[in-house]
Ligand binder design. Structure first.
Ligand code: PEP
Length: 248
């Protein structure tokens, strides 16, 4: 049985002071919660938030990383720097990175490989666009993203990955996928990973849903067998709304 995992992606929001305040409230609220929780603040607040969360059930994630170890990559941050700042996790392949910053499956795969080598657990995002769903390409797209994005990842390493299914049409739009639609995509995802690494491994990989999750729709989503948690954007910015999602 996979413990429910709720991750907060703050995107480009919150100053250091705002992030610290949120983290202090969360540390109190979630001290005895039997759930895994992850916060992904912006780079500037990682270290400060990590210091506050030490010893709490809330873990720290970065929203992105560069694939190189170090060097002349102005504006970029390496995996080792994220570990140094206190991160255990890193979001890789978020649809905003894929669309706005043109990240493709090959580049995303490089990042997953380097993250794992650096002891960061990837929260690997996949998902189809509205056009792809309407032309019935959802499963082809998911298969391609999984096979290419997780290329050359050993069965030993895949155990440290979290998958986030985030249909692009549901992110930040207020339009949530139905629990049945999500369940179908998640069970397909588990099957693809099972074909690559075996069912014993695939059955234990957390698969999160992301796309306009809020306090009202979270329990319906979490009632599905293959939905192990949520990656929450907009509704994670307010502590009361995020706490309701965590307590679904
Ligand atoms: C996200 O950006 O990962 C996300 C799921 O955003 P939202 O919850 O706002 O749709």
């Amino acid at each position: 049985m996979i413990k429910p995992l709720i991750a907060a992606n703050w995107k480009m929001n919150k100053t250091i002071a705002e992030a610290e305040d949120f983290a202090m409230q969360a540390k109190k609220k979630f001290a005895a919660i039997g759930r895994d929780i992850i916060f992904a603040p912006p780079y500037t607040a990682l270290y400060a938030v990590g210091k506050i969360l030490k010893g709490s059930p809330v873990h720290l994630a970065a929203q992105n990383m560069h694939w190189a170890e170090k060097g002349a990559f102005t504006g970029e941050v390496s995996a080792a720097m994220l570990v140094d700042a206190g991160c255990d996790y890193v979001i890789i392949g978020h649809s905003e990175r894929r669309t706005i910053f043109s990240e493709d499956n090959r580049l995303i795969n490089q990042k997953v490989v380097v993250a794992l080598k650096s002891n960061l657990k990837p929260i690997f995002c996949i998902g189809e666009t509205l056009e792809e769903r309407e032309s019935e390409k959802t499963f082809d797209i998911l298969r391609q993203q999984l096979q290419q994005g997780l290329n050359n990842i050993s069965s030993d390493d895949i155990r440290h990955c979290i998958i986030a299914y985030e249909p692009v049409w549901a992110i930040g739009t207020g339009r949530t996928a139905t629990p049945e639609q999500v369940e179908k995509a998640h069970s397909f995802t588990r099957k693809v990973i099972g074909n690559l690494h075996g069912a014993a491994i695939s059955d234990n990989i957390p698969i999160l849903y992301g796309g306009s999750v809020n306090p009202e729709n979270v329990s319906g989503l979490m009632s599905q067998r293959n939905i192990n948690g949520a990656l929450v954007g907009g509704a994670s910015l307010d502590i009361e709304s995020f706490a309701k999602i965590v307590g679904f």
